[in-house]
Design a protein around this ligand. Sequence first.
Ligand code: AHM
Ligand code: MG
Length: 352
Amino acid sequence: MNTQSTVQGTTKPVIVTVQQHILSEQRRHSPQATGTFSWLLSGITLATKMTESRVRRAGLLDVIGAAGNVNVQGEAQQKLDVYADDALVHCLGIRDNVAIIASEENEQAIAFDGRSGPGKYVVVFDPLDGSSNIDVNVSVGTIFSVLRMPEDLRESDDPAQAVLQPGVKQLAAGYVVYGSSTIMVYSTGHGVHGFTLDPSIGAYVLSHEDIRMPEQGKYYSSNDAYWDTFPQAYQDYLSYLRRGELGRSYALRYIGSLVADFHRTLLRGGVFLYPPTDANPQGKLRLLYEANPVAFIAQQAGGYATDGHQNILDIVPQDIHQRTPLIVGGKSEMEAFERFMKRDELAGSLAG
Ligand code: AHM
Ligand code: MG
């Protein structure tokens, strides 16, 4: 931890918890803030601590394996998927400033009502990303995105309408990786900060202040098993990286949990891609609670994300579980990717 304080002439490291950090950020950037936003984020941190304690004991408790249900994506729900979802729904449901939530595990958005005042926020989340990896001790995570509740939709009968906002409207986004340690990374639009869970005190403590994505990294990350079904421009781009033509030779890293693959890309640089494939022509990842939060954080850290044609944050969603191709990475890799896409579009228009 870098933060130091001088107490009576001695220099001591200061422990900054995620709550303290959020409050001091609010004081700095929005002095008129009422603190309701930090109250909302404390609901998310509490739910992730509940989930992390289950993940840590996954081999001991009866929490591994399928829950016997299939979610809206047609995927078998794991018991921990259900637990993580319940934890977030519960912890956000008792925050009276949350108006609406939407989750990967629930087909419909959920509106909360009957409490003290009108909720100001909409929260969208993937409660347990990469959950097919749990049974084999591979990192999983939670991803979330916070939006403002649109005033003109307060009377709407359809809570999904409030959720269907482009990523550029996010007030905050973040994720937690339950990995070799548990880390929460979040941004409220003023840089990206990481907090490692200290299990001895049960608090997320500032460990990575103002994270910047390296302009160029040395890894690309995509599921090479689907190579033959990637569009030609993606194959050409990846071959170019593999041949070292972007100035360094790239190695492949692919975990199969977006949060873990993205976290590595954020810290080490490089590029993560989930292209359109034969099995998933629209891409596999979900726009609202996977691609948008990741894109918001990448952009805050000096990188960016596209769907191959436009910035992820500009896509206007039509459906809360909509999928999208996702390409996210550092500046050099993303600019090179866009050159390949432009060349492909030009070749297409000349041929057509
Ligand atoms: P999910 O576990 O929330 O359904 O997430 C989907 C996961 C992502 O974490 C990961 O990037 C991707 O699916 C891996 O897909 P594949 O196995 O096709 O490579
Ligand atoms: Mg997911």
